[in-house]
Design a protein around this ligand. Structure first.
Ligand SMILES: [Zn+2]
Length: 146
């Protein structure tokens, strides 16, 4: 079991969560309203792929932009985060009807303001996910993966 804390001030930013394999497939979503979470409550997974900005042209299709952001972001269920609030910079809060998470971390530590997580919850994304920045949090328990 692992509790993630803010790397700057030590505030717990998740409840006690257990690592699971990263889900290969996003949940089914018809594009209407909020996408369902990718993970079950009480679990977390290390994202094996880069996440977030910068975005660069894909090697096999230069017309498609892909993330060249950090590898190993910590995916958590939206119900398991604690003590986070929206980023004060509105430019981080873009989205069609909620948050698209494409502009860098959009959630900060409520105690100290450090950028610790990115929420993706917009109508067009494939899952309602929150990813903790791998460099901005510390985990209390055992963890494997990228
Ligand atoms: Zn903090």
């Amino acid at each position: 079991m692992t509790v993630f804390t803010c790397g700057s001030c030590g505030t717990a930013v998740t409840s006690d969560v257990t690592q699971v394999p990263f889900p290969e497939r996003a949940p089914e979503h018809d594009g209407e309203g909020e996408a369902p979470p990718r993970l079950a409550p009480g679990t977390f997974a290390r994202d094996p792929d880069p996440f977030g900005p910068p975005f660069v042209p894909a090697a096999d299709n230069p017309r498609v932009l892909v993330s060249a952001g950090p590898v190993g972001a910590i995916l958590v269920h939206p119900g398991d985060v604690r003590e986070l609030r929206l980023h004060p910079d509105r430019r981080r809060l873009n989205g069609c009807c909620r948050l698209d998470g494409c502009d860098g971390p959009n959630l900060v530590c409520a105690a100290c303001g450090a950028e610790v997580a990115t929420e993706q919850s917009d109508c067009w994304v494939s899952g309602h996910d929150i990813r903790l920045e791998p460099a901005a949090v510390a985990g209390s328990g055992p963890m494997t993966g990228a």
